[in-house]
Design a protein around this ligand. Structure first.
Ligand SMILES: Nc1ncnc2c1ncn2[C@@H]1O[C@H](COP(=O)(O)OP(=O)(O)OP(=O)(O)O)[C@@H](O)[C@H]1O
Ligand SMILES: [Mg+2]
Length: 241
């Protein structure tokens, strides 16, 4: 693993630093692969768009392909090339009413350090596994402003109870820096298709909106709620009780 810089992201976010109106940047990072960074970046982007925000979802992961804009409510941007990353960040720094959500790549400390320093909010996803929790513990220590985001979390009550117990044991000291868990939801892979379907399952929509609301609250940003729950919140066909 590459040497880590001291306390990346320890200072105020880039928007706060300048005192000017700039887009806000959320980075989804972490030293463990497969935790859900790419999926969560798209979930946040989709959810924030449903909350009435203008969002660009920035791809930096060299292992991923660029995705089509078709049917997306947000703009996917290919910044696998360092020059393109600098360009999109410079553009975001010049506009006040946009959000940038940057998808980091796994196990790239130097890139994470760079991204954390330009972020207003750093999220560190981790799954219910000993190894993920050990890694996110180190990342939370390394990035004092970052938040842990439980990802692909068990949806069944016994699984949730076991996951909660592991979390309390391994990450109890960071309880105040953890977001609500994102459930294991197979439909999330629809967001990673080149062309997403015109209509997405309501469970996915609601998970994206719930996550985006948490992000807005951490950024201290107001959001519209009207568009958010346009999708049914209950399984179709189930009679209302
Ligand atoms: N909430 C979820 N529910 C179900 N499956 C998920 C969820 N989030 C991610 N996945 C699946 O987990 C796998 C890894 O997700 P993803 O590619 O987003 O992780 P990553 O952190 O970006 O990986 P890498 O470190 O390789 O960039 C993918 O197959 C994805 O579809
Ligand atoms: Mg990825």
């Amino acid at each position: 693993m590459a040497a880590r810089n001291a306390s990346p992201g320890a200072g105020p976010g880039h928007a706060a630093r300048s005192g000017e109106v700039m887009a806000q940047i959320v980075c989804v990072l972490g030293n463990k692969g497969g935790t859900g960074k790419t999926t969560l970046s798209h979930m946040i982007s989709h959810g924030m768009a449903l909350l009435g925000k203008r969002v660009v979802c920035v791809l930096t992961d060299l292992e991923r392909e660029r995705l089509s804009k078709d049917n997306r409510l947000y703009l996917p941007f290919d910044a696998r090339d360092a020059g393109n990353l600098a360009k999109v960040v410079a553009t975001l720094n010049g506009v006040g009413d946009w959000f940038g959500v940057i998808d980091g790549g796994g196990n790239r400390s130097d890139t994470d350090s760079h991204l954390a320093n330009l972020a207003d909010l750093v999220l560190l996803p981790f799954r219910d596994s000993h190894e993920d929790m050990r890694t996110v513990q180190r990342d939370l220590e390394w990035m004092p402003r970052a938040w842990g985001l439980p990802s692909q979390w068990p949806a069944d009550p016994p699984g949730r109870r076991m996951a909660r117990a592991s979390l309390d044991t391994q990450l109890g000291a960071f309880g105040q820096r953890l977001l609500d868990p994102i459930p294991h939801l197979p439909a999330t892979k629809l967001l990673l298709q080149d062309r997403i379907p015109a209509e997405l399952p309501w469970q996915l929509t609601n998970a994206c909106v719930a996550l985006a609301m948490q992000v807005c609250e951490l950024l201290d940003v107001q959001y519209e709620s009207a568009k958010a729950f346009a999708a049914p919140r209950q399984a179709p066909g189930k009679p209302a009780t």
